[in-house]
Design a protein around this ligand. Structure first.
Ligand code: SAM
Length: 242
């Protein structure tokens, strides 16, 4: 069943509305019609089964048939701080991280990033990345819309609100992700940090560990930057959820 998100303010007791880009997707691409049912989510972990009652060019009107909590969200939230990778890798990273339950993604500018974003570029990119996250959230039946945060320089990150901050450091040989996850009981708000293709500069690792990050190894093999975040999310899900 196709899934759509709509803001809570467009959801009433018995009816709801979808407006914006999804209207054309419903009527022209999926060719759904009156009487068809869809999944609807308000992005705040409320799911609905809804029946299409009316379609016009700007709005799809729905009758709510069933309301239940979204079953797909974890008891913890993982924010991925991803140092800017080359080319279109960021779209892949966003798509796969949303499927793996990420709560938010913050693109990070670090010393060895090849890509440098100017303010204008970064805002238009953020809008595009939010669209990638939206489509992935529909496909993976998420109960929230993972946020794409503004690009931030590494040494300007505010990591003080996290129960645990985990730095994937390619030169770490001691602690593993498993060791560190055991260090904090039932972490709710987890930050994970992944470097760019060139890895982290020593002064960046010093700054991050001095500000409370745990540096961990993800194993003896060197993962691509676009693999590391996914691997961490999968490991965290395994350790904390399954
Ligand atoms: N330039 C680095 C080198 O040659 O060692 C490799 C960087 S790796 C391609 C990109 C990022 O993925 C790293 O900065 C780190 O965040 C993460 N990563 C990859 N393999 C890892 C591992 N075995 N342990 C910890 N982090 C890893």
């Amino acid at each position: 069943m196709n899934r759509f998100f709509t803001p809570a303010e467009l959801i009433g007791e018995e009816t709801a509305k979808i407006v914006g880009n999804d209207v054309a997707h419903i009527s022209k691409v999926l060719r759904l019609s009156i009487g068809d049912t869809i999944e609807l989510c308000d992005g705040q972990c409320n799911d609905y089964i809804a029946e299409i009652s009316k379609i016009n060019k700007d709005c799809v009107s729905l009758k709510l048939l069933k309301h239940f909590p979204s079953p797909t969200e974890s008891k913890y939230q993982v924010t991925l701080f991803q140092c800017l990778p080359k080319a279109a890798k960021l779209e892949t990273i966003i798509q796969k991280s949303v499927e793996l339950g990420v709560f938010a993604i913050c693109p990070v500018e670090s010393e060895r990033c090849v890509i440098k974003l100017d303010k204008r570029d970064s805002e238009s990119k953020r809008i595009r990345m939010s669209r990638v996250a939206y489509e992935a959230a529909k496909q993976s039946k998420r109960g929230i819309l993972p946020e794409i945060l503004p690009v931030t320089r590494l040494n300007k990150l505010d990591l003080s609100n996290y129960d645990i901050v985990i730095l994937a450091y390619e030169s770490e040989s001691g602690k593993t992700l498993k060791d560190v996850l055991k260090a904090v009981t039932h972490p709710k708000n987890i930050a994970i940090i992944v470097g760019p293709e060139g890895g982290f500069a020593p002064d960046e690792v010093s700054w991050l560990t001095a500000n409370g990050s745990y540096s961990v190894s993800l194993g003896t093999r060197i993962l691509r930057t676009e693999t590391a975040g996914m691997a961490m999310l999968a490991m965290i899900n395994y350790e904390l959820e399954l």
